[in-house]
Design a protein around this ligand. Structure first.
Ligand code: PMP
Length: 282
């Protein structure tokens, strides 16, 4: 397998970093995960635009111009003969330099992108998952897709230890998102989710769900809800590049309504399937 780096394509085994690397020592960098269906990227431009926004927010220069990066990623798919479902992971860090908190001077960013296998969350999408609620212990700039994921990692691990798929995060009473996905509440035919502020990652699938709702005439309300609201939700679901759209059927051990995936969630799942299909046939 080949990787794309800041200077060239290299064989996966040939990549090496000095131990003083800012991604490793400070989490000083940003990343993206992009879905590949049938050998084609899904929502590529949304992800790449977000990458440049994240990089700009931390004053980091991506080693390639946008058009050049898009071209390089297309070539990476070809070089690896990707024809099936997979994901691309890409990260940019502030480079390799002697350890010092302040930015190094005259040091270029490190970039690498690789393609990894992934299994579709078929069972989870079909039957739904259980989640826990967890205090959102992150910083104030969650719209930046930063490599600093420690609070997310700890929340996800707590969920796992409770036999749950995800952790719904809340700042005080207000639900923000999940540890690695966005969360939505359905009530009386409307879909509610946290607005695109600095408190959440502006998810690419979230954006798609907004479009699906608009197309289907389903009110999409960008308004936060509370932990208490979860109790009498008609439906709950989460979205992400790797999870797609997954129904939430249990919160902290209590069933959501009858404990089965809701109709509106399933409708959105079908819209997603059709959309992903369209993109990779075109
Ligand atoms: N929120 C967080 C904290 C995430 O890590 C992710 C996954 N990248 C998402 C939301 C969903 O974003 P996307 O739909 O772009 O994958």
């Amino acid at each position: 397998p080949y990787l794309l780096t800041e200077s060239d394509y290299v064989h996966q085994d040939a990549l090496s970093y000095p131990f003083e690397e800012r991604g490793l020592q400070f989490g000083d960098g940003v990343y993206e995960v992009i879905r590949i269906y049938g050998g084609r990227f899904y929502q590529l431009h949304d992800h790449i635009d977000r990458l440049y926004r994240s990089a700009e927010a931390i004053k980091l220069e991506v080693p390639y111009e946008k058009a050049e990066l898009l071209e390089k990623l297309a070539t990476l798919l070809e070089k690896n003969s990707v024809t099936t479902d997979a994901k691309l992971y890409l990260q940019v860090t502030r480079g390799s330099a002697p350890r010092d908190h302040a930015f190094p001077v005259g040091v270029g960013a490190n970039l690498y992108a690789y393609i990894a296998d992934l299994t579709r969350k078929t069972e989870e999408m079909k039957h739904g998952v259980s989640v826990i609620t967890h205090e959102d212990e992150r910083w104030q700039n969650c719209y930046i897709k930063s490599l600093n994921l420690l609070p997310n990692v700890l929340a996800k691990q707590t969920a796992k230890e409770h036999g749950a798929y995800e952790a719904i995060l809340h700042r005080g009473e207000r639900v923000t998102e999940c540890s690695s996905s966005n969360v939505f509440l359905v009530k009386d035919g409307s879909v509610y989710t946290h607005p695109e502020t600095n408190q959440i990652l502006h998810g690419c699938v979230r954006t798609r769900v907004r479009t699906f709702c608009q197309e289907a005439g389903i009110p999409f309300v960008e308004q936060s809800f509370t932990v208490e609201d979860l109790q009498d939700a008609d439906e709950l679901f989460l979205t992400s590049t790797t999870s797609e759209i997954v129904p939430i059927v249990k919160v902290d051990g209590s069933a959501v309504q009858d404990g089965k995936p809701g109709d509106l969630t399933q409708k959105l799942q079908r819209a997603y399937e059709a959309d992903a299909q369209i993109e990779h046939v075109s």
